[in-house]
Design a binder for this molecule. Structure first.
Ligand SMILES: [Zn+2]
Length: 81
């Protein structure tokens, strides 16, 4: 059975801890487990290796339309598991 749900799209961006400019993936990947992706700051040029993700990163979240009490339902389910 296939069902369709409403969703929202977000973009996560990475910012430099030093100068607060955006950090962009260099397009390279380091051979490691898990993989790491070098990101270069557009301000100061520092390079930081990020595990598993490259930024900007698109994320999709389901929109809860019918059940506004989703968090309470979820915690209940967590207890049962
Ligand atoms: Zn920087």
């Amino acid at each position: 059975m296939i069902k369709t749900f409403k969703a929202e799209t977000f973009i996560e961006k990475l910012f430099c801890d030093c100068c607060h400019h955006e950090m962009i993936a260099t397009g390279k990947a380091l051979i490691s487990n898990p993989p790491q992706f070098p990101h270069e700051c557009t301000g100061c040029g520092v390079v930081e290796n990020i595990t598993n993700f490259s930024f900007p990163n698109a994320i999709i979240r389901e929109v809860e339309v019918h059940n506004k009490d989703f968090n309470k339902t979820k915690s209940h389910l967590d207890h049962s598991g």
